[in-house]
Structures are given as C-alpha cells and as structure tokens.
Design a binder for this molecule. Structure first.
Ligand SMILES: [Zn+2]
Length: 180
C-alpha cells in the first residue's frame, strides 16, 4: 500500500494522452526558483507546460549554495546543448519567486528557530538564512546573491517576483538583470 495509489491512477489517465517532449531549450527560456509550499506550484500558478521551464524548489525558494550549484550546472548544460541556437545570447533567465504567508517566516522568531535547531539538528544560522518574513525584501536579497555569485554565467539573467497567496497574483519586484 502506498498513498501514491490515487495519484498513480491520475498518472494512468495522463500517460494515455501523453506525447513526450523533445530535448530542446526550455520553451519559456526560464528557470524558476520558488518555495516547496504546496500552495505555490508554479505549473499551476504560472501555467507551465511540459518542456517550458526547469523548476528548483526549496524551503522559501531561497538562493542557497545548492541552488547556485544547480543553476551553474544548468548554465553549462544549456551552453553545451543549445549554445549555438541562442537568439539574443541569453542562456535563460532565472525567475526567483518568494511568496506571502511562507511557513519559513516562523524561523524569523529566535525562540522558534532555536526549538527547530534542537529538534532537527540543523544549524540556527542555516534556519535563519531560509526565513522569508517579508518576501519583497528577501527576493531582492536573493536576486543580488545570485547575480554576485562567481559561479553564475554572464549569459544568465535574474529577476525577482512575489506571489500573493491571498490574491493568486504574481508581481515583479526586480526586473531581469545580468551579472555586472
Ligand atoms: Zn514558502
């Protein structure tokens, strides 16, 4: 028994009408970074179809060293596979999307953070770094963090956005920029 059973039935419906997507540059020319929160699924919120955009998700949608590594690898891969097909010389844009009512906002409270560190063995510093108390502030900080990483390809641009859980609306906080 697995709780996957009802979802496997849905997958069966999906597979019946399925056509595989070809290996090609992401149709949206984007990589999306957002929170793992189940209310923030970018396929639904942004209407992403198969083949549109790679999606990286973690607690808060934060730019962590692991995320920087993934984006550096995706940049290398895109350059190798599709580097000669680029319309404007851009490999892709990374859209960082933070959201309101993020569960990580609880980590902004030192007491809660201490308790979480004790219970999980994670460091308080790491937990503090993942907190999204005000998504407008953290998304700007994370766009900067990515743009100033020495691992980011100069052919990758970065933008910042906030998803409002109450309205379902995504607004752009930082327009796309290249590393300087
Ligand atoms: Zn969240």
């Amino acid at each position: 028994m697995t709780r996957m059973n009802p979802l496997l039935e849905r997958n069966e419906q999906f597979a019946r009408a399925y056509t595989p997507a070809a290996l090609a540059p992401p149709a949206a020319q984007l990589v999306v970074l957002t929170c793992l929160d189940h209310r923030v699924d970018p396929a639904i919120v942004l209407g992403l179809e198969l083949g549109d955009a790679p999606v990286i998700r973690n607690a808060g949608g934060r730019v962590t060293p692991a995320v920087v590594d993934d984006i550096a690898f995706l940049g290398f891969l895109a350059e190798q596979l599709f580097g000669d097909q680029l319309a404007d010389g851009t490999l892709f844009e990374v859209a960082v999307i933070h959201h309101t009512q993020c569960g990580t906002s609880l980590l902004a409270d030192p007491g809660f953070r201490h308790q979480a560190a004790e219970a999980t063995g994670l460091s308080e510093v790491a937990l503090e770094a993942s907190a999204v108390a005000d998504p407008h502030i953290t998304v700007k900080a994370d766009v900067e963090r990515l743009l100033t990483s020495p691992l980011l390809s100069p052919k990758v641009s970065v933008s910042g956005h906030v998803y409002d859980i109450a309205t379902g609306r995504v607004t752009t906080t930082v327009d796309a920029r290249y590393p300087s």
